[in-house]
Every structure is written in C-alpha cells, then in structure tokens.
Design a binder for this molecule. Structure first.
Ligand code: FE2
Length: 287
C-alpha cells in the first residue's frame, strides 16, 4: 500500500492576494478562483485543485494531500496506520469539496504536519491555461516536491516509509558556515523526490516547494520575471547533484521559498540509494 503522488497542498499565507499574484504572474500557475471554503485555488494542470491558499498569519505549509488509487486503497492504508497507533479520521465533506476530491483520510506526521490520503480527484472541465504559457511536469509524478523541517530524521524516514516513501539518497553538507546537516530525499513514484526531510529546528515546517516545468526556457523566463517583480533570488541558477535538476530559488510573499526547475532525472525499480556531499554541481549561489 502506497501513496501514488503529491496531489495537492494547502498553504497558510498572510497575504493571499500577493501570493496569488506571485503564483500567476511569476510562476505561471492558473488562478482557478475561490473554492467552496473561501480559499484561493491554483491549477498547474487539468486537476481542479493543486494548491489552496488559505488566509492565515502562519505563512507556512498547512497540509499535504497524497493521491490514492481508489477509496479501497485509501481505506486499507488508513486502517494500517491506525493499527500502528496513528490517529486517523475520515475527511469531512466540506474538506473534500474544498480539495476537489471524492474523499479521504486525515492524520498528522510526528511533527504535527497535517497529511491527507485522497481519492477521486476532480478534473477541471475547462482544462488548464497558464497565464505565462508554462507547462508543468505533473501527471504520475504529482505536483512537485516539498522540503520540510523535521525534528528527527530517522523517525521521519520510518514514518513516511509506512505510507510508501522510499529513500532516493542523502546529502550531507554544510548548508551555512558551521551548520552541517544530513538531508533525506524520498520518492513515492518516478519523481526523484516528492519529499525531502531537513533535520533543522526551524520555526516553520516548509523550507521550499518545487515545481518542475518542461523546458529550460520556461525556467529562465521565470527567473527573469521573479527579478523584475522584485522577488529576492535566494539561490541563482544551478544544477543539483542528486536529481540533476536545473533550477533557481525565489523568495515568496510568505517567506518560504519556491524552487523552479527542469531536467530532473527519474527513479525506477533499479534505483540504488546514493550519498552526496554537496547540494549542487554548479551554481545555486545565494544573493
Ligand atoms: Fe528542491
């Protein structure tokens, strides 16, 4: 039993209008309007809801929703979590409406992040139209990846392992002078990592959200749009050691970052766990 992909996520942001403007004008996502719960819904493809913006002073990740094959698989995984001592509840109908899914189950990771197993994702009747002519790489690989802070790396790997995540590799490096950390990168489909765990005691759970686009032209065009819109480029263009992604990182109106990239490798059954001592082959320098 395994989750299939990162289907959707909720962001609690203080300035929804500024984040929506950033998501559409800089990142090229589609504003799909207000959802039934009053949240702003963003599209990256023809799935009705991929990112939900909720008005909240938290400026952090609210929840992650994982796609399940069907209601039966979701129930089976929920029951096995419950048997393992994890508190699980059925998704309420208002929550399912807001996420555009048929239903699901809700629980929390060991650090209190809300996780959801969802099935029956709705498609947008009128498809997807990017205001910046961007094509996102989604499908079986899900909406992208998130890097979240964890208080205990091994416990986090075990916990996410129970819902189907497998380690792709580790990077152990000095993120800043005197700050040596070991990050774990986890996959649940062909995307090299859907989730990375960062064992740092940061006040916010979300370090960054990554979305992948089809071409390097799309990445570079967004790189210039972010700068023209006066967003800080947190890491300039570079290529990662582990997933080989060509990307940059921009600040967002909520303080956490967005990585925008292309060209990542995919993982298959024959993938072996790797160890790296640097984040990037070249670039990704801070500004
Ligand atoms: Fe990333």
């Amino acid at each position: 039993m395994s989750v299939q992909s990162l289907s959707y996520l909720g962001l609690n942001v203080a300035d929804v209008a500024a984040w929506r403007r950033f998501a559409t004008e800089v990142l090229g996502m589609q504003d799909a309007g207000a959802g039934p719960g009053g949240q702003t819904t963003l599209r990256l493809d023809d799935q009705a809801a991929r990112i939900m913006l909720h008005a909240s002073p938290a400026d952090d990740l609210g929840y992650l929703g994982f796609d399940m094959a069907d209601a039966g698989t979701a129930l089976a995984l929920a029951m096995s979590l419950q048997a393992g001592g994890i508190q699980v509840r059925p998704m309420r109908s208002d929550e399912a409406d807001a996420r555009g899914c048929g239903g699901g189950y809700v629980f929390s990771d060991p650090d209190g992040l809300q996780l959801e197993l969802a099935y029956g994702m709705q498609r947008a009747e009128n498809g997807f139209k990017s205001p910046r002519a961007v094509t996102f790489v989604t499908g079986d690989q899900g909406l992208g990846h998130v890097v979240v802070a964890t208080s205990d790396l091994e416990r986090g790997i075990d916990f996410y392992g129970a819902i189907g995540f497998r380690v792709s590799d580790f990077i152990e490096t000095e993120l800043a002078p005197g700050m040596r950390v070991k990050l774990a990168f986890l996959h649940c489909n062909a995307r090299h990592h859907t989730l990375a765990l960062l064992p740092l005691p940061t006040p916010k759970r979300l370090n960054h959200l990554m979305v992948q686009v089809e071409t390097s032209d799309m990445v570079l065009a967004a790189y210039y749009r972010a700068q023209k819109a006066n967003h800080q480029i947190v890491r300039h263009m570079g290529r990662h050691t582990n997933d080989m992604m060509l990307s940059f990182y921009t600040d967002t109106p909520a303080g956490f970052h967005v990585e925008y990239g292309c060209d990542a490798v995919t993982v298959g059954e024959d993938w072996t766990v790797g160890h790296h001592d640097a984040i990037s082959i070249w670039g990704h320098e801070g500004s």
